[in-house]
Design a protein around this ligand. Structure first.
Ligand code: ADP
Ligand code: MG
Length: 256
């Protein structure tokens, strides 16, 4: 049965999409069966997986509104080695349309139940907000991966996310078990980043993943080729870190 992880942080530009597509590609590279779900209307994770969001007949929007199943709406990314349930701008409308509907937070969870056995991992790229879309992700998930830059304000806003996760756990999704912090865009030459990294470890202990993702230009270049860095340039330092992170995730789920 698949383990489902949301990649979430209500800040924009912190590395959610980069983490989602590279972890997906890393997991595929170590032999895991992966479904990547794009829950951000920007569709960056879709495009960054080699799938053109403008050409999609069906997306996660149709799944949320229950006009299509996951099996109907997913596409295979041949280059990346994982399946993609894509998104485009249409998804922005779902936010409003869902408010009127029953089981509005549990649409994605229900849809995923049917395909659980086909995957080892389902990864969900969340938008930069604690919206109805993110809530659908959290209701469907076993765990949350929070990418963080080791900067002074990194911890600010984390408490909102932690509270939301606690509430979802208490009221909507008893299965939501773990939160893991992933240090991304890390530059060890910057003393402040080392200090914040140490503080994170001291405060959150083993909730902080061992793997650290370095700042690496190849990871930033890859999306313009419609690929995760792990596929675009497997030898790059950032790509190797994401494959290492994939191995760490495989080990972690054995303890879940
Ligand atoms: P989010 O999805 O949280 O908005 P993105 O994953 O789109 O964030 O990342 C924001 C920007 O930072 C993008 O331009 C991306 O290419 C770049 N980026 C992300 N991670 C790294 C990294 N480890 N090294 C260098 N650039 C990165
Ligand atoms: Mg993003």
């Amino acid at each position: 049965m698949a383990k489902v992880f949301c990649v979430a942080n209500q800040k924009g530009g912190v590395g959610k999409t980069t983490t989602t597509v590279n972890l997906a590609a890393g997991l595929a590279a170590v032999g895991q069966r992966v479904l990547m779900i794009d829950l951000d209307p920007q569709g960056n994770a879709t495009m960054g997986s080699g799938v053109d969001k403008r050409g999609l007949q069906l997306t996660v929007y149709d799944v949320l509104l229950e006009s299509a199943s996951v099996a109907e709406a997913r596409v295979k990314s041949e280059k990346c080695g994982y399946d993609v349930l894509g998104a485009n701008r249409e998804l922005a409308g779902a936010e409003v349309e869902l408010v009127e509907l029953e089981r509005r937070e549990k649409r994605l969870r229900g849809a995923l139940a049917v395909v659980q056995a086909e995957y080892d991992f389902v990864l969900i790229d969340c938008p930069p907000s604690l919206s109805m879309l993110t809530l659908n992700g959290l209701c469907a998930a076993h765990g949350v991966v929070v990418p963080m830059q080791c900067e002074y304000f990194a911890l600010e806003g984390l408490s909102d996310l932690v509270n939301t996760i606690k509430q979802v756990h208490a009221n909507l999704n008893k299965d939501l078990a773990i939160i893991g912090l992933l240090r991304v865009m890390y530059d060890p030459r910057i003393t402040l980043q080392q200090q914040v990294s140490d503080q994170l470890k001291a405060h959150f202990g083993d909730k902080v993943f061992d793997t650290v993702i370095p700042r690496n230009v190849r990871l930033a270049e890859a999306p313009s080729y419609g690929l995760p860095g792990v596929v675009f340039d497997p030898a790059a330092r950032g790509s190797q870190a994401f494959v290492e992170f994939a191995r760490e995730m495989v080990q972690r789920i054995q303890r879940l």
